[in-house]
Ligand binder design. Structure first.
Ligand code: SAH
Ligand code: SF4
Ligand code: F3S
Length: 469
């Protein structure tokens, strides 16, 4: 394949990412895979030769969005073809894995469907698309089916990906674990990402070093059950997440370490101790619990009850008193009564949850939950979600307010909404905005917090931070 198009331009790829941080990581890695083929990143489909939709299947809304976007891309593709050019359309991620050939049936303009464990093979898939294009006959704009690659490959993509190149604003994601064997009854992930797999520890540590060398001062270790990590260690032993955290924390130049998403069943003593012992491990933990009702937790197949979660919270706070806890909640799981929902509200209060993502239960085809009796009416789900979000909003505001007057390190990521404003993250993952120059981006500055809102804090840079204007 050539580096440049016939008109002398580099080829351009636009990657749109839906869903979780693992997809954000995968999108970056797809860009790394495509770079040697001559693809530079573009900032919209209009200026791209290749568009990749990296999709999410977690709730119905997320996956339906993909088809409306594909309709728009089809129009661009037809327009291009009228001009004698083309647009290659690829669907990657969890919808690709779940729906496979169905995607091409619903939208024949799609050229490639590639699953989340197979995108290291994009170069071969693109070559196949080129061969098909060469065979295309006049009057038959979409010959044959698209190119599909949605088997879970025997090899691990991690053994085939190039070293990561760019780091945005000092912060990087690093996937260390893929897939899930827990089969919560509401969830598609075990079907879309496959069986649980932990990368060997040496490969993770090597990638962490590469990221730090490329400018990362913060790394977030990722997995759908990141704390179930059990990778082969270079010493022949099996390494747990806490062991890996301790090894990565040794890397010179790394100043912040985070991990997500954790499962309450896999929070072991050593990992709790790491929150006490490892200074660069940030005082923030995302620990999804989904419900505060034992009955519902059982029906969800979560494998633990509310007391287990609350005891964990106590032990974590004993290890790291300033820990901010965030979580995920689902309201309206089949069979959820008012009493079950009250149990969830009380758990949010008792656990002192500082922030959360919360969702109405979405019936997903192929999951056991979809077949359960007692599906909760939409209006009940709406009311419960509103009540839960109001409570969480108060707790988040209180958590933020308690930090006003404190001076905290903020890692700046991007310009804020107002001119001259910069936006960054506190150690507790709160959004903080200050007046400051763009040169703050990718750096940590001490900020005195002056005002708290529900979703952010305002602050002032504390001298003597030297910033080039
Ligand atoms: N591995 C993580 C969750 C990954 S999915 C864990 O075990 O907690 C991210 C979140 O999406 C879940 O925590 C859950 O709150 C939500 N979610 C998953 N499936 C859902 C469904 N069918 N309906 C509504 N929300 C769902
Ligand atoms: Fe889904 Fe449950 Fe696995 Fe999380 S632990 S990814 S919610 S099946
Ligand atoms: Fe969505 Fe797949 Fe992540 S379903 S939440 S993109 S693992």
């Amino acid at each position: 394949m050539t580096d440049v198009r016939a008109d002398g331009q580099r080829k351009r790829v636009f990657i749109r990412t839906y869903g979780c941080q693992m997809n954000v990581y995968d999108s970056d890695r797809m860009a790394d895979v495509l770079r040697p083929l001559g693809y530079a990143l573009s900032d919209g489909p209009e200026s791209a030769d290749l568009v990749v939709l990296n999709t999410c299947h977690i709730r119905e809304k997320a996956s339906e969005k993909v088809y409306s976007e594909l309709g728009r891309l089809r129009d661009i593709k037809l327009e291009r073809r009228r001009e004698g050019a083309d647009l290659t359309i690829a669907v990657a991620g969890c919808v690709a894995q779940a729906e496979g050939a169905e995607i091409v049936r619903r939208q024949p303009a799609v050229d490639i469907v590639v699953g989340p464990q197979a995108y290291h093979r994009l170069p071969q898939l693109l070559a196949e698309v080129e061969r098909k294009a060469a065979r295309r006959r006049a009057g038959k704009p979409f010959p044959g089916a698209g190119v599909l690659d949605t088997e879970f490959p025997a090899e691990s993509k991690f053994d085939h990906l190039p070293a990561p190149l760019g780091v945005r604003a000092g912060s990087a994601f690093l996937s260390i674990q893929e897939g899930c064997d827990k089969f919560c009854t509401f969830c598609v992930v075990p079907y879309t990402r496959g069986a649980e797999y932990s990368r060997p520890a040496a490969s993770v540590v090597a990638e962490a070093r590469q990221l730090v060398a490329a400018g990362a001062i913060e790394i977030t270790l990722l997995g759908q059950n990141v704390n179930a990590y059990h990778g082969d260690g270079p010493d022949g032993a099996t390494w747990t997440l806490s062991r890996l955290i301790r090894a990565i924390a040794e890397i010179d130049g790394l100043v912040r370490l985070r991990y997500t998403t954790s499962h309450p069943r896999d929070m072991d003593d050593e990992l709790i101790a790491a929150h006490r012992d490892v200074p660069i491990l940030m005082p923030y933990l995302h620990l999804p619990v989904q419900s505060g009702s034992d009955r519902i937790l059982e029906a969800m197949n979560r494998g633990h009850g509310r007391d287990h979660f609350l005891r964990l919270v106590d032990r974590l706070r004993a290890a790291r008193p300033d820990l901010a806890l965030s979580s995920d909640f689902i309201v309206g799981f089949p069979g959820e009564t008012d009493t079950d929902f009250d149990d969830t509200m009380r758990l949010i209060e008792q656990g002192g949850i500082a922030s959360a993502f919360s969702f109405k239960y979405s019936r997903r085809p192929g999951t056991p939950g979809a077949l359960l009796e007692g599906q909760v009416p939409e209006n009940v789900k709406d009311a419960r979600l509103a009540a839960l979000q109001a409570l969480l909003g108060h707790q988040q505001q209180d958590f933020n307010t308690a930090k006003v007057g404190h001076t905290v390190p903020v890692l700046f990521a991007e310009p804020g909404r107002r001119p001259g404003q910069m936006l960054g993250k506190s150690p507790w993952l709160q959004s903080v905005h200050v007046a400051g120059p763009a040169s703050l981006i990718g750096r940590i500055a001490e900020v005195r917090l002056t005002a708290a809102f529900a979703l952010s804090l305002a602050g002032e840079i504390v001298p003597p931070f030297e910033v080039a204007a």
